[in-house]
Structure formats: structure tokens, C-alpha cells
Ligand binder design. Structure first.
Ligand code: FAD
Length: 317
């Protein structure tokens, strides 16, 4: 079932969902299941599975460093199919522009279609570590909106190169990313919103936000999006702070602000166990306010560990 149909069916009740990261190459899928199992009692209608960009590995060979390109966390579509099969829950594979040609994307979408996976999250991806700016690979998409268009074309039965008489159309529900504190490369929030509108005009059905720690930022973003003519559901993404280093890391990587009260609470913690509790309490308060405001879904970034998300969900669902 599509994410948007789950939202319609819920009839105003806030749903619970979360995002997981595929295990590192060579690790068992069981560790993923061990983290999903405790969250299933909260009946997520869908689970997102991220995709990682390729990265360079430097391997010592004959005293020289050999550069190899690899994906350290492969298996997104396989994991989606496995979870769907094991838990009878819908899954949302993240599909990236970065590192994929349109042809490879088409294969991936066809796989999803055959597997009965009819939700996808269309994302650009970030620059690779050695790049200053994002660069599409040859034959790939530059912006998420172009990826959304490719997926919508498939929904109309238009495959690449127009070489096929296609009578089998896909029926993907498409999610895209939104940034309450603007995307780090965007010159202004207003410009970023116009570009978000382009993704919706290209066929995005719903938006999931980047993490934020001040609900006011989300509420203002939703209002500004409406003023821009964006009328699809906007799902808030919530990340519980888990370690002290997040105080520096999250603003650095995502260019987001943290409220003073949260910084002070984390700073005064004696151990990361205490920080984890502060993160849980903050996320519960955030979630309660968002739930009272009638958000369609509370979507949690689990980062591969479910204990804090379970503690939060227990207080809400
Ligand atoms: P876009 O919508 O393409 O926007 C990227 C930038 O380009 C923005 O600054 C935008 O303003 C600008 N832009 C857009 N259109 C134009 C235009 N026509 N001209 C000029 N500028 C333009 N990353 C992963 O690698 N894997 C994941 O699984 C993943 N999951 C995510 C899930 C969520 C909910 C979110 C919020 C992010 C996720 N990301 C993931 C991170 C995401 O890939 C990065 O934030 C990336 O830098 C931007 O992706 P996007 O889809 O928002 O890009």
C-alpha cells in the first residue's frame, strides 16, 4: 500500500514509522531484524531503508595504495523485500541520483515493481567525500526532481529510450526530502522551497523533512510550503540525540541549529547514557507537540539502534 494511502486510511491519526540503514557489507541482516523486532509492536505502516553512495577504498598493494570504488552498505532493495516478506509491512527504498545512471535506476525501479514495492523516496544524495560539490555521474541525474520525473514516466509506462511498447506501468508513490532549516547548499529558504515545489510539480506525493529539534521550525516550514502552493503531506523526521558529539556533528553535517535548552541539557550530562536519556526526553516532548498538531506521521531516524526509538514510541503510541 502507498504511504499516502496509509495516511488517508489513518483518518487524521498520527502514524509511527522509522528509517533503517543497511548493515555494512559482510554483516548479517539479523542485526537489522534485532532492531526492527522491538519496534513492530507500534505497528509502523511503512519502514524506510536508506541507500549509501559509493565510496573510495584505499587498499595497500606492493607498497602502493590502490583506489577501489565500492558501496559499503549494499542491499537496499533486497532488504526492503526481505522486511516486507518477514513482517508484512510496506517498505520504502531510498533511490539516489548520485552514483547511479538513469539506466541503473530503471533496473532498480523495475526490480521494486516486480517485488510489489510501490513506494520510493527520491533523493539526490550528497557529494562524495573527496568532492566539494555534488556531481552527477555520466548518464545520471543532477537533481532529485529529475529522478522524480523518471519515476513518474515509468508510472505512465514510459521506459528509457522509448524503445518499448510498454503496457506494464508502475504505480510508485514518491517521497522527497524537505528542509525546515533549508538545504545546506541553497542560497535561501525561499529558493529551497521553490525547488521543493518543483519536485512536487514533477510528481512527488509526499515530503519527509530533515531532522529538526525546534518544532517551531517545522510549523513555519509547513506554512511557508503551503504559501508556495505545496499541498502534499509533510512528514516530520525526528532524530533523538544519542551522544555528546552530536552537538558538534549535527550542525556541521546538516547545517541545523540546536536549541539552547537542549545544548545545556546535553552539556551537563556526565555520560553518554545520560545524553541518550536527554535525547529520548527531548524527542518525546517534540513528538507529543507534533502529534497534538495533527502531523500525519512521526518518522524516526533510528540509525541502526532501536532502544531509544522504542522508549519514545512507548510514550506516544
Ligand atoms: P535536491 O532536491 O536535488 O536538492 C539539492 C540541492 O540542489 C538543494 O540545495 C536545492 O535547493 C538545489 N536545487 C534543486 N533544484 C535545483 C535547480 N533546478 N537549480 C539549482 N539548484 C537546485 N542521502 C543518502 O545518501 N541516502 C539516503 O538514503 C538519504 N535519505 C534521506 C532521507 C531524508 C528524509 C532526507 C531529508 C535526506 C536524505 N539523504 C539521503 C540526504 C540527501 O541525499 C542530501 O540532503 C542531499 O544533499 C540533497 O538531496 P535532495 O534529494 O534534497 O536534493
Amino acid at each position: 500500500m502507498k504511504v499516502t494511502d496509509h495516511i488517508k486510511k489513518a483518518n487524521g491519526k498520527t502514524l509511527f514509522s522509522f528509517e533503517i540503514i543497511p548493515p555494512k557489507k559482510g554483516n548479517s541482516i539479523q542485526q537489522l531484524y534485532n532492531n526492527i523486532d522491538p519496534l513492530m509492536e507500534f505497528k509502523p505502516p511503512f519502514i524506510d531503508v536508506t541507500t549509501s553512495r559509493e565510496e573510495y577504498l584505499y587498499i595497500k598493494k606492493d607498497g602502493l595504495l590502490d583506489r577501489k570504488i565500492t558501496r559499503m552498505r549494499p542491499g537496499t532493495v533486497g532488504i526492503c523485500a526481505a522486511i516486507k516478506h518477514k513482517y508484512d509491512v510496506d517498505t520504502v527504498p531510498h533511490v539516489l541520483c548520485g552514483g547511479f545512471t538513469k539506466e541503473e535506476t530503471e533496473y532498480l525501479l523495475v526490480d521494486c515493481h516486480y517485488l510489489g514495492i510501490n513506494n520510493v523516496m527520491a533523493l539526490r544524495g550528497d557529494a562524495m567525500k573527496h568532492q566539494q560539490y555534488f556531481e552527477a555521474c555520466e548518464g545520471g541525474h543532477q537533481y532529485a526532481k529529475d529522478l522524480v520525473s523518471q519515476i513518474q514516466n515509468l508510472n505512465k509506462g514510459h521506459y528509457l529510450h522509448d524503445v518499448l511498447e510498454a503496457d506494464d506501468k508502475s504505480d510508485f508513490c514518491i517521497g522527497v526530502a524537505g528542509y525546515p532549516e533549508k538545504h545546506l547548499e541553497a542560497p535561501s529558504l525561499k529558493t529551497d522551497l521553490k525547488r521543493l515545489k518543483q519536485k512536487v510539480d514533477a510528481g512527488a506525493d509526499y515530503i519527509v523533512t530533515q531532522m529538526f529539534f525546534d518544532n517551531q521550525k517545522y510549523f513555519e516550514f509547513v506554512e511557508a510550503a503551503k504559501a508556495e502552493g505545496i499541498n502534499v503531506p509533510i512528514i516530520p523526521g525526528i532524530k533523538p540525540i544519542a551522544v555528546k558529539r552530536h552537538l558538534q556533528l549535527l550542525p556541521q553535517v546538516f547545517k541545523i541549529d540546536l536549541p539552547e535548552e537542549l545544548i545545556e541539557a546535553v552539556d551537563s550530562c556526565k555520560s553518554n547514557k545520560d545524553v541518550r536519556q536527554v535525547g529520548i526526553d527531548w524527542a518525546i516532548n517534540q513528538s507529543k507537540e507534533l502529534q497534538n498538531a495533527g502531523v500525519p506521521v512521526l518518522h524516526y531516524y533510528s540509525m541502526g539502534k532501536s532502544d531509544n526509538v522504542k522508549a519514545i514510541a512507548s510514550a506516544l503510541f
